[in-house]
Design a protein around this ligand. Structure first.
Ligand code: ADP
Ligand code: MG
Length: 250
């Protein structure tokens, strides 16, 4: 689904991503692992249009998407989750979900005055959809809680929920498990598996917890020092000596 070819990203003279080629198969959950500073987040940002590559190419289902801005990729169903921005923390969980879809009606005064009926209908549709998402993620009890009051793990679930408000095809998750307790990490893992199985989402997940990676992922890509070190099934990867060395060597 995603093919990355010879991707390079330099910051000054430093090669954060140093000639990466890889593929993310449609319908799979792909893990991206590697020691800190390996270039994983930079690679995500290159694919998701947050950074421009120094050189290299990304295609999605055969279409060249190199360097397209995030909102264009978003409309194609390629999403990278971001932490809930500060300005949304005083909004409720439900409102955070309802904010996601673009092109909402009701943005102009003209619309507000002449199309009140349509706006109310659109708002009901969004509300119903958001409530369905909360139900799916077992977050309904937090519907009216301010997003800023959620735990780290609950916020991650809401971020995942935001991808369900649009027609996502592929979702990039950076360190889903960071600062998340075991129980919630399990819930997040289950939500990812269900979205993959039931809704056909393709995932690429950066995560340090190897149990989580081994349980969830169909294949794993290992990066170290800006390069791809190994690719394979999770059980092969954990026994790969180069991989073990990369982790122990840093
Ligand atoms: P990872 O996510 O694998 O821990 P990153 O992609 O965040 O690694 O970073 C890879 C390297 O690139 C690190 O050495 C980091 O310091 C550097 N780097 C990342 N972003 C920038 C930036 N905006 N400017 C300069 N250096 C950066
Ligand atoms: Mg990172």
């Amino acid at each position: 689904m995603i093919v990355v070819q010879d991707m390079i990203k330099r910051f000054g003279g430093f090669h954060a991503v140093d000639g990466v080629s890889l593929e993310i198969a449609q319908g799979e959950i792909t893990g991206l692992i590697g020691p800190n500073g390996a270039g994983k987040s930079t690679l995500f940002n290159l694919i998701a249009g947050v950074h421009q590559p120094t050189s290299g190419r990304v295609t999605m289902a055969g279409e060249d998407i190199t360097g397209l801005p995030p909102h264009v990729l978003f409309s194609k169903g390629l999403l990278r989750t971001f932490q809930i921005a500060h300005e949304f923390s005083s909004m409720t969980v439900l409102e955070n979900l309802m904010m996601v879809p673009g092109n909402q009606q009701g943005e102009t005064l003209w619309n507000a005055w002449f199309r009140r009926g349509a706006i109310a209908q659109e708002e009901r549709r969004l509300r119903d959809k958001a409530e369905g998402v909360l139900d799916f993620l077992t977050l309904s009890h937090l519907r009216d809680e301010k997003a800023g009051n959620l735990s780290g793990g609950q916020k991650k679930l809401v971020e995942l929920g935001r991808t369900m408000m649009v027609d996502a095809k592929i979702v990039f998750l950076d360190e889903v498990g960071a600062g998340v307790n075991r129980t919630l990490l399990k819930t997040i893992g289950e939500a990812i598996v269900r979205l993959n199985k039931e809704r056909g989402y393709t995932f690429c997940v950066i995560e340090h917890d190897m149990d989580f990676i081994a349980r969830l992922c169909h294949s794993v890509i290992v990066m170290a020092q800006g390069k791809v070190l190994a690719t394979g099934a999770p059980d092969e990867i954990i026994r790969n000596e180069q991989v073990i060395e990369a982790y122990l060597g840093t």
